[in-house]
Design a protein around this ligand. Sequence first.
Ligand code: BDR
Ligand code: CA
Length: 312
Amino acid sequence: PRRIIIDTDPGQDDAVAMLLALASPEDLEILGVTVVAGNVPLSLTEKNARRICELASRPEILVYAGCARPMVRTRLVTAEHVHGKTGLDGPDLPEPSMALRQGHAVDFLVDTLMAAEDASITLCMLGPLTNLGMALVKEPGIVPKIREIVLMGGGWAEGGNITPAAEFNIYVDPHAAHNVFECGAPVTMMPLDVTHKAMSTRVRVERFRALGSPVGLAVAAMLDFSERFDEAKYGTDGGPLHDPCVIAWLLRPELFQGKRVAVEIETASERTLGMTVVDWWGVTGKPANALVINQIDSDGFYELLTERLARL
Ligand code: BDR
Ligand code: CA
């Protein structure tokens, strides 16, 4: 199996992504889960990450808390308007009893990568990129150890979802995102252009509910909650299921299509802070630094999700 670390700020869609990975041990070996502040503050996201491991009956998973605020911006922007006060509103999940591991997520990232073979670890980034941005500052020697960074973030033709120009994960910590896109490791980016094609329609949510298991019911309750915001805002049937696209890409890359292009992060302008400037047509002549995904077989994606979650 591919060796992965999941970095996350759960978040209902983060939770579904974690469950998809936890349901796929033959494909993915989870070395640890590093948690960051994002959708809600760190004290809540780290608890939510442990709740999800317990929901999947995997209390042995290593969960580390990381950065509580972005690298340079002093105020953490959160998204309770989408995810609710707890970050994981919807299902009624108990307080976690499994331990949060001692030590900082950035140190876990650095130590695990430095001890690994070259190009052996895949980083699945589901939230603001602060933990990895910091790890790159602390120990640049981690770069050759990374096999691939797969991240949910940014938007090209779709624009932004937190400002007209910026997607939430990049906007929260644009300086960390800049570090990640410039680091030289292979980057695959799942922007809003693809996640907005992965809608959790009523029919699809009912399939999760029909699993009848605690996981199926919890996922249906999470999506019932989080899609309320998107339905009201965009008038769609259901909301985009962003973060699971990262894990699905590792399991079934043939479900996706994209292009290798140059991506730069806006860190200076007030109006377009956190914008992912994607040179889709190669007008700058700059070398490609990311594979930007913009197409998905959404039926295949939901089939994969339903089939894998049924195992838990
Ligand atoms: C991203 O922001 C968060 O609200 C979601 O969990 C996802 O990672 C979408 O813009
Ligand atoms: Ca997220």
